[in-house]
Design a protein around this ligand. Structure first.
Ligand code: SF4
Ligand code: SF4
Ligand code: SF4
Length: 265
């Protein structure tokens, strides 16, 4: 019951933040976003905000991705529509191994693009920055700011955002977040070692797979009862759906009772 309440609060918070962010962008107050959002645009990034989110991620995982990022919340809305319209309201996800090669190559390319000629590659890199992508798509005052392309840049940003939402709607959950998004990759580095995280108590788990089907990050491995913390976006879906309260928010890691069933490192 407690986890279900936390999940409702988390969803309400994420929708409220999305609406506030949309309103700020619409009214041209893009600079205000820097006071709570992460962006690849380091010149507009507030150092205190960056450090705060890095510490929060180290402590409790990718809360930023579940509650603050507008592109994350939009993907959740697309995934919710998919669940309602195409799956009769039932969870339908399955575990997918994270593709770290694509994650790290993308992050490297974006880092190179950002440090190269800002007149060209920097503006290309911003198309993969969720904060700037959202602003470029929605704003009307100084928001069509992709200076390289002007309105064309805004159009490209919109196409990319719609593509991301289409992936979520087609049942791939947070694939963009856990494969392409450079911000997600950086946060994933930290969250894999987060102090508090969700963990499966194998003594209570009956293997019903309910949590796996509800995990939009597709990061719960039902074979070894582990959660890939680098991909987990702290949405609370798994804990709220578990009929046996086998998923805990904890600072410990439960190991399988039978040593032979331990996953290989
Ligand atoms: S991974 Fe990127 S797009 Fe996804 S929620 Fe996190 S910051 Fe936003
Ligand atoms: S929902 Fe709970 S009982 Fe079912 S597989 Fe997941 S952890 Fe185990
Ligand atoms: S493991 Fe649980 S909290 Fe993490 S993304 Fe999956 S459902 Fe959400």
């Amino acid at each position: 019951m407690m986890m279900k309440k936390i999940r409702v609060i988390r969803i309400a918070l994420s929708v409220a933040v999305l609406l506030v962010t949309a309103m700020l962008v619409w009214q041209g107050h893009n600079e205000t976003l820097a006071h709570y959002q992460l962006t690849l645009n380091l010149s507009s990034m507030v150092l205190g905000v960056l450090i705060t989110w890095l510490i929060v991620t180290l402590l409790v995982g990718r809360v930023y991705c579940s509650s603050v990022c507008p592109v994350g919340t939009l993907q959740d809305i697309a995934a919710w529509l998919d669940k309602r319209l195409r799956h009769g309201g039932k969870g339908h996800y399955h575990f997918v191994f994270s593709n770290n090669r694509i994650r790290y190559i993308t992050l490297l390319l974006v880092a190179v693009a950002m440090t190269a000629d800002q007149r060209y590659t920097g503006h290309v890199a911003r198309l993969l920055d969720p904060s700037q992508l959202f602003s470029d798509c929605l704003g009307v005052h100084g928001s069509f700011t992709a200076p390289l392309f002007g309105f064309l840049g805004a159009g490209i940003a919109l196409v990319i955002l719609l593509g991301i939402l289409w992936i979520a709607y087609r049942g791939e959950g947070r694939s963009f977040c856990n494969t392409i998004c450079p911000v997600g990759t950086v946060l994933g580095f930290l969250s894999r070692a987060s102090l508090y995280h969700f963990d499966i108590d194998t003594d209570l788990c009956t293997g019903c797979n309910q949590c796996v089907q509800e995990c939009k990050a597709q990061c719960i491995n039902p074979n070894d009862h582990t959660i890939d913390l680098s991909c987990c976006v702290m949405c609370v879906n798994c804990a709220a759906s578990c009929p046996n309260r086998a998923i805990k928010f904890t600072n410990t890691r439960k190991r399988l009772s039978t040593p032979l069933m331990q996953p290989t490192p």
